[in-house]
Design a protein around this ligand. Structure first.
Ligand SMILES: Cc1cc2nc3c(=O)[nH]c(=O)nc-3n(C[C@H](O)[C@H](O)[C@H](O)COP(=O)(O)OP(=O)(O)OC[C@H]3O[C@@H](n4cnc5c(N)ncnc54)[C@H](O)[C@@H]3O)c2cc1C
Length: 339
């Protein structure tokens, strides 16, 4: 982890961190992005260097070895990383969403057992929510977690799970009571280590290549009951939706001007949704515009323009599709401005 001089102000600290990130991007990422992406090869050395920069603990509290960065600084980092190679920001984004769920809702034992290892990058991972038949409507998931003595046994299939093959742990959303009404009251979130036995196969993607996104099969995967985040069933959907706000800020990182309002520590689904929608639609439009401006060179595999064009559409899908953001924004505007 990077050491900074003591007695520096938050803005000096931010400047130092951003400078380190810029140097890392120019030295270790930019020269390799094109080749690694073309080969769809996992950027292992880059992933290890993210640990040296402390980015696996970017938004985690210093009490657990994290950098404890504000949403504003974090979004500036993501903006810089994505400007060079968007896939690299995916290596720590869903990892930090998982860490945020543990930090906000986990027991003290769970926090001290896992958060320092998450923050150092020793144990990396992500979130397993989506299934073959549902993504936006998470209440329709079918993965089951059944209590057996001191364990839960997890059965089901998860789809499009990033950091699941290279990482060693996932926050897995499962139904502990499939008959609950409303359905979210029967949904719980578990920390599941890869060594518990889930199997995965890598998916071949249009863009956002090189990093591992996989289909995962949980066939009788047994985890201790202590791995239920928060220790109480029926809270999983809320717990993960809270963390997804951080993910939306990540994908909205170009809307940095809005980020300062996030730092007040309040729920910010309206603001995060607006920033995500605006910034990602702009990214999609800009990537097409860049293709046109560069003419045939934009279409060539030799240059980066075609990669931006392939990467950008994911931003309109991940962390809640843009159609879902429109629904969230409309609901919040109506709630906050009653007539
Ligand atoms: C590269 C990549 C990486 C990913 N990584 C992860 C990961 O790490 N973990 C994870 O859990 N998931 C991950 N996902 C999955 C992603 O979160 C889902 O694809 C996304 O939530 C959309 O779900 P879906 O694909 O099932 O589409 P659907 O939910 O089937 O949606 C299809 C279309 O219908 C629209 N739609 C759906 N419901 C409504 C509604 N009520 N009103 C209006 N329109 C609606 C959607 O906006 C969309 O346009 C990843 C996906 C990709 C492509």
């Amino acid at each position: 982890m990077t050491d900074y001089p003591v007695n520096i102000t938050p803005s000096e600290e931010e400047a130092l961190i951003l400078e380190s990130v810029e140097k890392f991007l120019e030295r270790d990422v930019r020269p390799h992005a094109h080749d690694l992406e073309a080969k769809d090869e996992y950027p292992r050395e880059i992933a290890d260097k993210l640990a040296e920069l402390g980015l696996y603990g970017a938004t985690t509290s210093p009490d657990y070895g994290g950098l404890g960065l504000t949403a504003t600084t974090y979004s500036k980092i993501v903006e810089k990383v994505s400007g060079v190679w968007m896939a690299v920001s995916g290596i720590f984004n869903s990892h930090l969403i998982m860490a945020a769920a543990v930090e906000r809702f986990g027991s003290d034992d769970m926090k001290s057992a896992y958060l320092p290892r998450f923050a150092s990058g020793e144990l990396r991972g992500g979130i397993a929510l989506t299934e073959p038949d549902c993504g936006t409507d998470l209440q329709a998931i079918r993965t089951r977690a059944t209590r057996e003595g001191n364990d839960y046994v997890i059965d089901g299939t998860k789809m499009w799970i990033t950091n699941s093959l290279e990482g060693g742990v996932l926050a897995v959303l499962a139904k502990t009571d499939p008959d609950a009404e409303p359905a979210h009251r029967g949904m719980s979130l578990f920390l599941v280590e890869k060594k518990a036995g889930y199997e995965g196969s890598k998916l071949n993607k249009l863009g956002y290549r090189s990093i591992d996104t996989a289909e995962l099969v949980f066939d009788g995967v047994r985890v201790p009951a202590e791995n239920l985040i928060g220790g109480e069933e029926g809270r999983g959907l809320q717990q993960i939706l809270n963390g997804l706000e951080l993910g939306r800020i990540n994908v909205a990182a170009r809307g940095v001007g809005l980020a300062r309002a996030y730092d007040e520590g309040r729920r910010c689904d309206l603001e995060a949704g607006m920033a995500k929608l605006f910034a990602t639609e702009a990214a999609v439009e800009n990537s097409i515009e860049a293709m046109r401006i560069h003419g045939a060179y934009g279409y060539s595999k030799e240059y980066n323009i075609e990669r931006y064009y392939r990467d950008a559409p994911l931003l309109a899908i991940g962390e809640g599709t843009n159609e879902l953001q429109r629904i969230i924004i409309a609901k919040q505007l109506v709630e906050r401005n009653p007539v």
